[in-house]
Ligand binder design. Sequence first.
Ligand code: HEC
Length: 121
Amino acid sequence: MLRTTLACIAALILSTELASAADAVRGEQRFKAMCATCHAVDPAQKKMGPHVKGIVGRKAASLAGASYSPAMKASGWTWDAAKLDQYLADPKKALPGTSMLIGVSNAQDRADIIAYLATLK
Ligand code: HEC
C-alpha cells in the first residue's frame, strides 16, 4: 500500500515536472520574437537595451556603457531565475521607474525564456 502510494506520488511529481519543464529551444524563439529588438546576445552588438550574455548571475545595471534607469541602478538586484521571473512578469510593478515597459504575462513563456537566457554563458 505504502509502496503504491509512493509510486503514485513519484509519477505525479514526474508528470507535473514534464508538463512545466522549461524549454530553452522554445525560449530562444520567444526571445527572438519578444526581446531581440532591444536586447542583443552578442556583447559587441549595440541595441536599445543592455546585452543579455551572462545575464543569469549578473548584477543588475552592471554593464559599462549601457543606459539604465536610476531605478535599475538602485535596485541592488542580482539576476537569478526568480528575479528574472518577477521582473519579466511585470517590469513596472517589480521595479517602479524602470525604462523597460513590456513584460511577459505567460508564465510558461517566461520559464522558457529564462531557460534560454541561462544558456548564454
Ligand atoms: C522595447 C525594448 C525592450 C524590450 C522589447 C525588452 N527589453 Fe529588457 N530592457 C530594456 C531596457 C531599456 C532596459 C533597461 C531598464 C532599466 O534600466 O530600467 C532593459 C533591461 C532588461 C534587463 C536587465 C539588464 C541588466 O543589465 O540589468 C533584463 C534581464 C531584460 N531587460 C530582459 C528582457 C527580456 C527577457 C525581454 C523579452 C521578454 C526584454 N527584456 C524585452 C528594453 C527592452
